[in-house]
Ligand binder design. Structure first.
Ligand SMILES: Nc1nc2c(ncn2[C@@H]2O[C@H](COP(=O)(O)OP(=O)(O)OP(=O)(O)O)[C@@H](O)[C@H]2O)c(=O)[nH]1
Ligand SMILES: [Mg+2]
Length: 440
């Protein structure tokens, strides 16, 4: 067996693993060793399962594409929703997913192609060729500096690693839904001036803040609800501050908490939710339905600003909502923004929790069976990573899956969401106890 040496640096490998999840990359083909001929590529890469093409040019671009479907020279168009093109960048890689409804590639006898649009080792030569098309919406300048010559092209076999631990690292009583709901109903604030705990959700665009409220509301309504608009867009879908009370069933009583939804955080300053807005929100100055304006922070009216808001209006627990699939891809700027938010929240003594969402997307094993959440070593590593990136203890990181496309409620999903909510209420309770310890 010839020993092939990968051209990828540690940092490049890390960025690629950030896109692919918990994977092992094995080098199958290296054009400088095996030749740029399509036949050499097929000889080593056919029927190898998911693969990653990585090309290099003399301007230090490292770019390529991923396909989850075998190369087989079948002559067929391949549908592959997981396919993407990428380019390694300073911090966070550029990732262009295949457009829905488009073919990810043509499985022919030529070199690797993506969407019959971007060809690697075109015509058996060390070049990349962009034929144009609409399967992938990319800019060849951003992807590879628009340089057609290649100095290397490699193909890696991508093996998803599913490590399952023998013992769960946290215990969940998967049958305890009714008990959890009952505890939440009865967990009223002990401070008489506060009727409901106010929980504030903060987090990057698309992390699942609005979906968490929708999920909790669905559980108590006993059917799927989607009061808060959720979905995906380049910038935050939620643009207003919303305070959502939740009722115990359609005609039921209000539950003892209010979930406050905010606009998503973005890494640039002047975009997304602003730190000053967060500060006003924490202190209870921002009214329901206030429309956030990233360029001009909230100005409380003078009368109100002169007196502090009542304890009832203030935030009693802050929840950082973080997408499990994006943790490794978090930029330094976003991490710094979160750190300064944390400093503010700390200075006010408000307890903080991390809700790590999309555990289903992060780990295929968990997607199949949510009960494997606490035996998935990948999820554990993500919990540890988010804990160290945000500086929050591991015990304050709660992984969960929001409802996103389901039509029916599911017991395991409910249990995780309710466990997280209950922990938020406990923390809020501790906070109130701390600020008003003397009350009976
Ligand atoms: N698979 C999966 N999808 C989720 C989960 N949580 C949210 N989503 C999806 O992620 C997308 C974004 O969710 P939102 O709830 O709108 O996110 P947000 O944090 O409110 O985003 P902004 O308001 O834009 O800042 C939606 O398409 C959701 O359906 C989850 O736990 N698992
Ligand atoms: Mg939202």
């Amino acid at each position: 067996m010839d020993s092939l040496t990968s051209t990828l640096t540690e940092e490049e490998r890390k960025q690629l693993c950030g896109l692919l999840g918990n994977v092992e990359l094995t080098l199958l083909y290296k054009a400088s060793v095996h030749g740029y001929q399509a036949s050499a590529f097929h000889q080593r890469c056919d029927r190898q399962g998911p693969t990653l093409v990585v090309a290099y040019n003399h301007s230090d671009y490292v770019f390529g594409g991923y396909t989850s479907v075998d190369y087989a020279q079948s002559g067929q168009y391949i549908t592959d929703k997981e396919a993407f093109l990428f380019s390694v960048q300073d911090e966070v890689p550029l990732c262009i997913k295949v457009n829905s409804g488009s073919h990810a590639r043509l499985d022919d006898a030529g070199g690797p192609n993506f969407g019959q649009q971007l060809y690697f080792c075109y015509n058996n030569q060390p070049v990349v060729y962009n034929q144009g098309g609409n399967a992938f919406s990319f800019d060849s300048d951003a992807l590879y500096g628009d340089i057609t010559e290649l100095i290397e092209c490699e193909v890696y076999k991508v093996k998803h690693i599913l490590q399952v631990m023998e013992k769960p690292w946290r215990n969940v009583l998967w049958t305890a839904e009714a008990e959890l709901m009952e505890k939440i109903r009865n967990q009223k604030p002990l401070v008489t001036s506060v009727s409901r705990f106010r929980i504030l959700m903060i987090g990057p665009v698309g992390a699942g803040k609005s979906s968490f409220f929708n999920s909790i509301n669905s559980i108590f309504m006993g059917r799927m609800t989607s009061k808060a608009i959720s979905g995906s867009a380049g910038t935050s879908l939620t643009t207003q501050f919303r305070t959502y009370p939740v009722k115990d069933g359609r005609e039921g009583k209000p539950l003892p908490f209010v979930l406050c939804d905010t606009m998503g955080l973005e890494e640039q300053s002047g975009a997304g939710l602003d730190i000053e807005d967060i500060s006003s929100t924490l202190q209870g100055h921002v009214p329901d339905r206030y429309k956030f304006n990233p360029i001009s922070p909230f100005q409380p009216d003078e009368q109100k600003a002169s007196r502090p808001a009542s304890l009832q209006e203030k935030i009693h627990c802050v929840v950082y909502v973080i997408d499990a699939t994006k943790i490794s891809l978090m930029s330094d700027k976003l991490q710094e923004k979160l750190a300064s938010i944390r400093r503010k929240v700390n200075s006010l003594g408000i307890p903080q929790i991390v809700l790590m969402t999309k555990v289903d997307e992060a780990c295929p094993e968990v997607e199949k069976d949510l009960q494997s959440l606490y035996v998935s070593s990948y999820i554990k590593s993500k919990v540890q990573e988010v804990s160290s990136r945000l500086g929050v203890p591991v015990s304050c990181v709660l992984p969960a899956k929001n409802y996103s496309q389901e039509l029916e409620l599911e017991l395991n999903c409910d249990v995780l969401l309710l466990t997280a909510l209950q922990q938020m209420l406990n923390f809020a309770d501790d906070y109130l106890d701390d600020v008003c310890p003397m009350e009976d």
